[in-house]
Design a protein around this ligand. Structure first.
Ligand SMILES: [Zn+2]
Ligand SMILES: [Zn+2]
Length: 308
C-alpha cells in the first residue's frame, strides 16, 4: 500500500485514529510537525531558553531529544542540554547512560548524569530494602526523580525542563487520579507548569499529544540508540494496569486517549478555580519549594532513616 500523504513510497504505518497510512519519511515528519504545533500552541519555549531535556534512555526521551534538537537548530540563541538521573536500581541505568551519551555526542549536546546517591545519600535499592511490606517503590521514585530533575536543571542554569511524557502517560495519570479518588491533584497536570516559585524550573511536555506507540516507532525508524529494558519495579504499579486497560479501549475505539486528554483539558480550569492559588513555602529541611512545612521527598527520606 502506498503512503496516503505523498503517494510515492510504501506505507509502513497505519494510523488508526486518523485513517492515514504513512511511509517512513512522512511518518517521521508528521510526528515532528505535531511536536512543533504543541510547542507553539502552549508557548513552551522562548528564543533564549536554555532547555534541559530529561533523558532516561528509553524510546520516549530519545525521541524527544532528537526532535527538540532538530527544532532548536532554527533558534541559534537557545541551547539544549541533557540530564539523566541514575536512581540506583541495580545496573538498570548503566546501558542507558552509555546510549544517551552516544546520542548526545552525535548531536553535540552536553550530557549530565546525577545519581540518587549523590543527591540523597541513598540509592532506590536502599530505599526499597529499608521500606518493608507496604512499600510502593514507584511512588518514592517518582517524588525523588522529580526533585532530582529540578535540582539538576536549576544547578545547570536551565530555564526550562522538558520531560518526555507522552499522550499515554498523561491519559494514564488522569485515570489513575480518578481511581485514587484524588481528582484535585490533576490541576497540576499541565503541558507547561505555572511559574510558582523561583527555585522551580518550569516543566514542559512537548510530547503530550504524541501516543507512545508513535514515539516508539519514531525511535525505531530514526535509528535512535534506545534501550528496551524495563524497570524491575514497574510491574508493582497501578499505572501498569491502567496502561493495559487504556490500550484495550484504544484498540476497540481508536482515539480514546486523545478524547480523555482533551476532555480533561476542558475541565481543568474548573478544577484550578476550586483550588485557588497555591502558595509555596521552603522546606524546613532541604529548602526546596513545598506547599507544607516539609517537602514530600524529605518526608519519604525521613521514613527510611527511621526504618534503619
Ligand atoms: Zn509518504
Ligand atoms: Zn525537603
Amino acid at each position: 500500500m502506498l503512503c496516503t500523504k505523498c503517494g510515492k513510497r510504501e506505507a509502513v504505518y497505519h494510523r488508526r485514529y486518523s485513517g492515514e497510512s504513512l511511509c517512513s519519511r512522512c511518518f517521521l515528519q508528521s510526528v515532528e510537525e505535531r511536536v512543533k504545533r504543541t510547542i507553539n500552541q502552549y508557548g513552551m519555549f522562548e528564543p533564549k531558553d536554555r532547555i534541559a531535556v530529561a533523558v532516561s534512555g528509553g524510546k520516549d526521551s530519545l525521541t524527544l531529544l532528537q526532535i527538540l534538537y532538530k527544532i532548536e537548530q532554527k533558534f541559534p540563541k537557545s541551547e539544549l542540554i541533557a540530564i539523566t538521573i541514575d536512581e540506583g536500581i541495580g545496573d538498570y541505568r548503566r546501558e542507558a547512560i552509555k546510549l544517551v551519551g552516544q546520542l548526545c555526542n552525535r548531536l553535540g549536546v552536553e550530557h549530565h548524569v546525577y545519581t540518587f546517591r549523590e543527591i540523597y545519600g541513598y540509592t532506590l535499592d536502599d530505599v526499597v530494602e529499608a521500606g518493608g511490606v507496604e512499600f510502593k517503590p514507584c511512588s518514592y521514585c517518582g517524588v525523588l526523580r522529580r526533585r532530582a530533575l529540578n535540582f539538576a536543571a536549576r544547578e545547570l542554569g536551565a530555564t526550562k525542563l522538558a520531560v518526555a511524557h507522552t499522550l499515554d502517560d498523561e491519559a494514564q495519570t488522569i485515570i489513575m487520579n480518578l481511581l485514587r479518588g484524588d481528582p484535585l491533584r490533576l490541576a497540576r497536570l499541565k503541558p507547561v507548569s505555572d511559574f510558582v516559585h523561583p527555585r522551580l524550573v518550569r516543566r514542559v511536555k512537548p510530547l503530550c499529544m504524541v501516543p507512545e506507540a508513535e514515539t516508539a516507532l519514531y525511535a525505531y525508524l530514526a535509528r535512535l540508540p534506545y534501550t528496551n529494558r524495563q524497570c524491575p519495579y514497574a510491574h508493582k504499579a497501578l499505572r501498569n494496569e491502567v496502561r493495559i486497560f487504556l490500550n484495550r479501549l484504544e484498540f476497540k475505539h481508536p482515539s480514546t486517549k486523545f478524547t480523555i486528554y482533551k476532555a480533561f483539558e476542558r475541565i481543568r480550569p474548573a478544577i484550578e478555580a476550586t483550588i485557588g492559588e497555591v502558595k509555596l513555602n521552603e522546606c524546613k529541611i532541604c529548602g526546596e519549594p513545598t506547599p507544607g512545612e516539609i517537602c514530600q521527598a524529605c518526608k519519604l527520606l525521613n521514613k527510611i532513616t527511621n526504618h534503619q
